[in-house]
Design a protein around this ligand. Structure first.
Ligand code: ADP
Length: 493
């Protein structure tokens, strides 16, 4: 079957490799922007922020231990470990504690006036004092406040800055002390310069890596997809025996399996479709030929207008009806449009009624259907469908039974399981055919005279209904002795 309706959907044409590359590129770009911002643009701010944070925390430690005997040791330790100068001054502007790690430290060189100004600033604003300036600027700034002319320092990009932090704290005796800390903020300009060069290197390397990874990922991801797509196109064109071989990762393996399964199922459907056409046309043609043939004979030859011939026409018409009904049944059941209508039913009664009707119908043909059972049993099942199962099995038994025209239906109950067996005395079924008889349109002996009776659908309907009920079923058949078709269903006590 060639199909011309296959058309590529043009909506989205971007290949997976560009999609992967695009997202990887966005990721790398964000990474580089972040690196640029943190390492280069805001490095100074971040570094200063960290410095301010730590100097404040040292001040907090000193404040907590201001009345401790060990304060001098603590101050020395903080000072040496973190390279900060510390000076604590009392109300009378006398030094209480001093630690000087930075030679020529700003806070040690401050005169009384400068200190007083800081002190009063803190008291006035009720906030700690923080000042970051180049060495010279700081002095100018103080002088300026005192009305002295500022002296412009030479502008130097890599100027060392001094940070001074001060706060007023209360001592145990009620007096106040001014805690001053100072530390050097080394310029980051040279670092930034180094980082900038490094950054360019990193950016180039990352971009090359992105390209390589994108290409690698694409070949890993897209190659199996391309392969599968090629096979799928062939499948769409009707090549059902195509094998999907794309391999590489879990999802693709699963897709492969699914598509292989789909191909197998499609091929089954295709075979069934062909068989259906062959069978149906054959099954329709035979009775129709008979009806037309007999009809013409009866029309042209008055002597042939006998009840027997009319009966043949009626029988053939009935066969056509059966075929159409069976086909409708199976398509309804198998399309899933029919659901089970479960209720508590007397299985024994259902079968007994069925056999009675049959026995009446078959009286003149001398068929004998015997029903053996000990007790009436109830089951929880779909009444219409279960009687269809019994009907199909009994019908087959009648069609295929031996010359004695005997069919026996046996009902037994064992451990709450009801077993129904339909036994005939016919030719039985060959071992190699047994596994196929439940398939749709399967007829064992297509040339056998009696095979023309059936449609090949009966057992398929039985199988579908019993599967829906979750029943066990099967057949034991001995060639030349007969067959025993059985199914089991749970008793509903
Ligand atoms: P059909 O309408 O042809 O009977 P079924 O699906 O009912 O179709 O049965 C499939 C095939 O199984 C039949 O063609 C027949 O060869 C075989 N079969 C079914 N029942 C019996 C039986 N009781 N004895 C022998 N062969 C049977």
């Amino acid at each position: 079957m060639k199909s011309n309706s296959y058309k590529i959907n043009n909506r989205k044409k971007t290949s997976i490799k560009w999609i992967v590359f695009r997202y990887l590129f966005i990721f790398i770009a964000i990474l580089l922007i972040l690196l640029w911002l943190f390492q280069i643009v805001f490095l100074e701010e971040i570094y200063t922020g960290i410095k301010i944070g730590s100097i404040k925390s040292y001040a907090k430690i000193i404040e907590k231990n201001i009345d401790s005997d060990e304060l001098q040791t603590l101050i020395n330790r903080i000072s040496h470990e973190n390279e900060v100068s510390i000076r604590i001054i009392d109300n009378n502007m006398e030094n209480l504690y001093i630690s000087d790690i930075i030679p020529d430290s700003m806070i040690h060189r401050m005169d009384i006036n400068e200190i007083r100004k800081i002190y009063s600033d803190i008291k006035a604003s009720n906030k700690s004092f923080l000042n970051i300036h180049s060495k010279e600027k700081f002095r100018d700034h103080m002088n300026n406040d005192r009305g002295l002319v500022p002296k412009q320092p030479p502008m130097n990009k890599a100027m060392v800055k001094i940070m001074i932090y001060a706060d007023v704290i209360e001592l145990q005796d009620g007096s106040e002390a001014l805690v001053m800390l100072s530390s050097v903020i080394t310029p980051v300009n040279t670092t930034v310069e180094t980082l900038r060069v490094e950054f360019i290197f990193i950016a180039v390397i990352l971009l090359i890596l992105t390209l390589i990874i994108a290409l690698f990922l694409c070949s890993k991801i897209s190659y199996p997809i391309i392969k599968i797509n090629e096979s799928a196109k062939k499948l769409a064109e009707g090549e059902y025996d195509i094998k999907f071989t794309g391999d590489g990762y879990l999802e693709i393996n699963e897709l492969n399996d699914t598509l292989n399964y789909t191909a197998r199922e499609l091929s089954k459907v295709e075979t069934l479709r062909r068989e259906l056409i062959a069978n149906v046309s054959h099954d329709l043609r035979t009775p129709l030929t008979m009806i037309i043939g007999y009809g013409e004979v009866m029309r042209d030859l008055p002597g042939e207008n006998t009840p027997e011939n009319v009966q043949i026409v009626i029988d053939e018409a009935k066969r056509l009806t059966n075929l159409v009904n069976d086909m409708l049944d199976i398509s309804k059941i198998q399309s899933g449009s029919q659901e089970l209508v479960l209720s508590r039913i007397s299985l024994t009664e259902v079968i007994r009624e069925l056999i009675n009707t049959y026995n009446k119908l078959m009286e003149q043909d001398k068929y004998n259907i015997d029903f053996q059972y000990d007790q009436g049993v109830y089951v929880y099942a779909d009444k219409v469908k279960i009687s269809q199962v019994a009907y199909n099995l009994i019908n087959n038994a009648i069609n295929y039974t031996g010359e004695d025209r005997r069919v026996t239906v046996i009902q037994t109950v064992n451990n709450g399981i009801v077993k129904i067996e339909v036994v005939d005395t016919g030719n039985g079924i060959r071992e190699e055919d047994i596994k196929f008889i439940w398939d749709r349109y399967y007829k064992v002996d297509k040339t056998h005279k009696r095979a023309a009776i059936g449609t090949g659908l009966g057992l398929s309907i039985v199988k579908t209904i019993l599967d829906m009920h979750g029943c066990q079923y099967g057949v034991e058949s001995t060639e030349g002795v007969g067959s025993n078709f059985w199914f089991e269903i749970k008793e509903d006590k």
